[in-house]
Structure formats: structure tokens, C-alpha cells
Design a protein around this ligand. Structure first.
Ligand code: SDX
Length: 425
């Protein structure tokens, strides 16, 4: 039921158009603009800056105050007290698991981490220097060729099985991308290891020797997974929802999300930050790059800075910076030159009128790459890690979409092309 009403008067219309206004539990009220169509009108919002595309209960962002809640729990508390698989359960089911529920969930995920043996054949078709995100788009989409037993999107049990399979297998596929790129054999997952430990062993272990996972790095990996798990209706999540609205199978929808995430304006920014820090090279070059970022005629932007929603610090960036200091300190590389450049860059930018006026702050991608590099992960794998982490967000939104009556997403347009004309006689 609408809480309030909006009335729109339009030149040329005799009467005002009455539009229902709904209030959520948090955040801005929304105006239901659907009655506009009956009056021959559309809304116009390129980039969806002011558009609520759906109703959701999963994640809430207060951009002005730098608040991020997952099912009501602040990201800072989850990063500190929870672990990634518990956050996966929370995002998917809406509540934190009991000890018994968590044990059952973790066991189920751990026992579904292997991929079909034939899937490894797909990798052989790629060049060794293929970008791992290109490979992930391919192999994740191909998963639907292996799981015909759980593709009924209207069956909640099938949707749960798909979610579990994706959570379980993404680290295996991600590590396979890396192993393929360096010509090493794929490592099978070990069911007795934690999610973060398993991933690091599949990345850096070899069949020739036992691999001892560094618990500090495993914890840092798990925290990075948590910080990237979900973020409301961002570009890749919106892509997954739109693909899902056509009835496409979940694996194809997640592959679409991976493709959307790859862009440097979105999840590709973490890789772009490290490339930018490499390009800056030395702190004395920072002023030159700050000026480039401010120059409207220069396409260069300060990667890892700015956000469509946050007009304050991205709360994930604060936790990421703290984790960065912890991990590099424990590894004895707190004086890492790129970390020093990043900190100076942040300090200068936060004091510069251009960034202050536009409320541009570091986002989740600004420090994540420095930690990933310290863990030993190559730059071209950073966005793969983001995709691995965000899979739970994508599949939770996909599941939420299919859990209630829905319709195919089909935006309209403002047409400014040619009016009808005849083909020359
Ligand atoms: C992610 O949506 C999500 O939630 C995404 C994400 C998630 O978890 O899913 O949080 C993950 O994608 C984080 C963002 C990673 N991207 C980057 O770090 C790339 C660098 N950032 C920019 O490309 C930009 O800030 C965006 C894309 C993130 C946001 O762009 P918007 O909302 O379209 O903002 P805008 O381009 O309208 O910028 C407003 C102004 C412009 O200047 P003016 O036209 O007002 O003069 O700020 C400027 C922009 O030029 N600006 C920047 C800048 N970001 C914005 N100028 C320099 N450097 C930047 N980074």
C-alpha cells in the first residue's frame, strides 16, 4: 500500500498525475512511476542515478554516512567477527546461521568444491596469456552444460543447489585460471581446509610438496571475500537481475555478472589501481597525476576513488586499509613502496578542493590490490577474486528476484533518431 502520494503536473495534460510513494525500512522514499505510461510518458534516468529498480531486503547502503549493512549487520562487524561462509549463509537466507546450521552449510560447500573433470578441457582452448576474467566468463557460463539436474529456476530447491554449487566452485575455477596461466597443474580442493585456506592452496600449492597455508594470509583472504560479497544494485548485480528476469539459467546470469564486473569503472578498478600506482612510480609524480585526474579533457581518473553512492568514505575501504597495514606489517613489508604511494595519494587527494567538492573518497578497490599483491596474487587475478567474492551477492539477488512474482526487465528510451521515412523508389 502506498504511504503517501506524489502529484505530477505536466504542461499539456489537463489533470495532475497521481503517483504512489512508498517508504522502505531505511533510505529514501520511492515514487512509483508506473502510472506515467498510461499518460504517454516515460521517466528518463541515464545511468539509473535516481532509479530504484527493485525492492530488496539483502543490503542497504547509506552513501552520505558511509554505512553498509548486510541483512542489517554493519560490514565492519561482519569483517571483524564473522567469516565469509557465514556471510554467504546470511546473505542467502536472511539470518545468521545457528552453530548446527553453519556446520551443515560449511560441510555442504566443502564437499562440492570439485568441478566436473571434463570442465578442465575448456581451459585448453584458451591461450596461456588469456586474461583470467575472459576465461571465467567462459567456464562459469559453461557450468550450465553440466548441471541439468538443477536448472528449474521456479524450484526453490534447485535455486539453493545452484547457489551452493557456485559458492563452492568459484574458488576452484579461479585458481584453475591462475594455474593455467603459469603452466602448472590444477590443484584439487581439500575438504578439510577452510574456504580461504583451500583457495590459497589451490593457487600456490603444487603436487610436488605439501603446502602450508599462512593463517594470516588465509584470514586476510577471507576478509577480502567478505568485503566484496555484496553491494546492493551495482552494475554487475543489476546485470544478473536483468539476465535472470528473462528466465536464463543461474550460471549464465552469473557469467553475465562477471562480464559486467570486468570493466575498470567497476570491479576492474582494483587491477587498474595497481597499474596506476605502477605508472605513478614515485611519490614525486603524484601531483602530476592528481592534475591529470582533475583535467576534464583528460580521460585519466584516480582509480579506486569515487563512487556512485558513497559521498563519504566507503566503509569497506576503511576496513581494507586497516587489513592492509596488518597484513603488510605481519609480512614485514609495511614500507612497501606502492602502499606508501597509495597513502600519500589518498592524503593529497582528500585535501584537494576538486575531490573534496565532489565528495570523492577511496572506495573498496583502492587498497584491496595492495593486499592481494602482498599475498602473492598477480594483478590480472584481482578482478577474478572480486568476482569469486561477489558470486554470493549475485546469486542472493537472483534468488530474491525469483522468490516473488516478477516480470522481464525491459527499459524504454527517449528516441531522438529519424522519424519514419520511405525507402528511395
Ligand atoms: C566499484 O556500484 C557499486 O556499488 C560498485 C562497487 C561494488 O561493490 O559493486 O562499489 C565496486 O565499482 C567501486 C568503484 C570502482 N571504480 C573506480 O574506482 C574507478 C574510478 N571511479 C570513477 O570512475 C567513478 O567515481 C565511478 C565510476 C566509480 C562513479 O562514477 P559516477 O557515479 O558516474 O560519478 P561521475 O562520473 O558522475 O563523477 C562525478 C564527478 C565528475 O566530475 P564533474 O563532471 O562533476 O566535473 O566526479 C569526477 C567526475 O569526473 N570523478 C572523478 C573520479 N570519480 C568521479 N574524477 C577523478 N577521479 C575519479 N576517480
Amino acid at each position: 500500500m502506498a504511504d503517501k502520494k506524489a502529484r505530477l503536473t505536466v504542461d499539456g495534460l489537463d489533470e495532475a498525475i497521481e503517483l504512489p510513494v512508498y517508504s522502505g525500512t531505511e533510505g529514501p522514499d520511492v515514487i512509483d512511476v508506473r502510472p506515467l505510461t498510461g499518460n504517454g510518458l516515460f521517466t528518463y534516468d541515464p545511468g539509473f542515478v535516481s532509479t530504484a529498480a527493485c525492492e530488496s531486503k539483502i543490503t542497504y547502503i547509506d552513501g552520505a554516512n558511509g554505512i553498509l549493512l548486510h541483512r542489517g549487520y554493519p560490514i565492519e562487524q561482519l569483517a571483524e567477527k564473522s567469516d565469509y561462509l557465514e556471510v554467504c549463509y546470511l546473505l542467502l537466507n536472511g539470518e545468521l546461521p545457528t552453530a548446527e546450521q553453519k556446520e551443515k552449510f560449511v560441510n555442504t560447500i566443502s564437499n562440492h568444491t570439485m568441478v566436473h573433470e571434463q570442465l578442465s578441457q575448456f581451459f585448453k582452448g584458451f591461450r596461456r596469456d588469456a586474461h583470467p576474467m575472459a576465461i571465467m566468463c567462459g567456464v562459469v557460463g559453461a557450468l550450465s552444460a553440466f548441471y541439468h539436474d538443477s536448472l528449474d529456476i521456479n524450484d526453490p530447491h534447485h535455486r539453493e543447489v545452484c547457489a551452493y554449487r557456485l559458492i563452492a566452485k568459484m574458488p576452484t575455477l579461479a585458481a584453475m585460471c591462475y594455474k593455467y596461466s603459469i603452466g602448472q597443474p590444477f590443484m584439487y580442493p581439500q575438504n578439510n581446509l577452510s574456504y580461504g585456506e583451500n583457495f590459497l592452496r589451490m593457487m600456490f600449492g603444487t603436487p610436488c610438496a605439501d603446502y602450508e597455508v599462512n593463517p594470516v594470509l588465509a584470514r586476510a583472504m577471507d576478509r577480502i571475500f567478505i568485503l566484496h560479497a555484496d553491494h546492493e544494485q551495482n552494475a554487475s548485480t543489476s546485470t544478473v537481475r536483468l539476465a535472470g528476469s528473462s528466465g536464463a539459467n543461474p550460471f549464465a546470469c552469473i557469467a553475465a555478472g562477471i562480464a559486467a564486473l570486468w570493466g575498470p569503472a567497476h570491479g576492474g578498478a582494483n587491477e587498474a589501481v595497481l597499474n596506476m600506482l605502477d605508472e605513478i612510480g614515485d611519490a614525486e609524480n603524484i601531483p602530476e597525476f592528481i592534475e591529470k585526474a582533475k583535467d576534464p579533457n583528460d580521460p585519466f581518473r584516480l582509480m579506486g576513488f569515487g563512487h556512485r553512492v558513497y559521498r563519504n568514505f566507503d566503509p569497506r575501504a576503511k576496513v581494507m586499509k586497516k587489513t592492509c597495514d596488518e597484513v603488510l606489517g605481519l609480512l614485514g613489508i609495511e614500507n612497501d613502496p606502492q602502499l606508501q604511494i597509495a597513502k600519500q595519494l589518498e592524503q593529497i587527494a582528500l585535501e584537494d578542493e576538486y575531490f573534496v567538492k565532489r565528495k570523492l573518497y577511496p572506495n573498496v578497490d583502492f587498497y584491496s590490490g595492495i593486499i592481494l599483491k602482498a599475498i602473492g596474487i598477480p594483478t590480472n587475478m584481482f578482478t577474478v577474486i572480486f568476482a569469486l567474492s561477489r558470486t554470493i551477492g549475485w546469486i542472493s539477488h537472483w534468488n530474491e528476484f525469483h522468490s516473488s512474482p516478477n516480470k522481464i526487465g525491459r527499459p524504454r528510451q527517449l528516441y531522438t533518431g529519424e522519424q519514419q521515412r520511405d525507402y528511395p523508389a
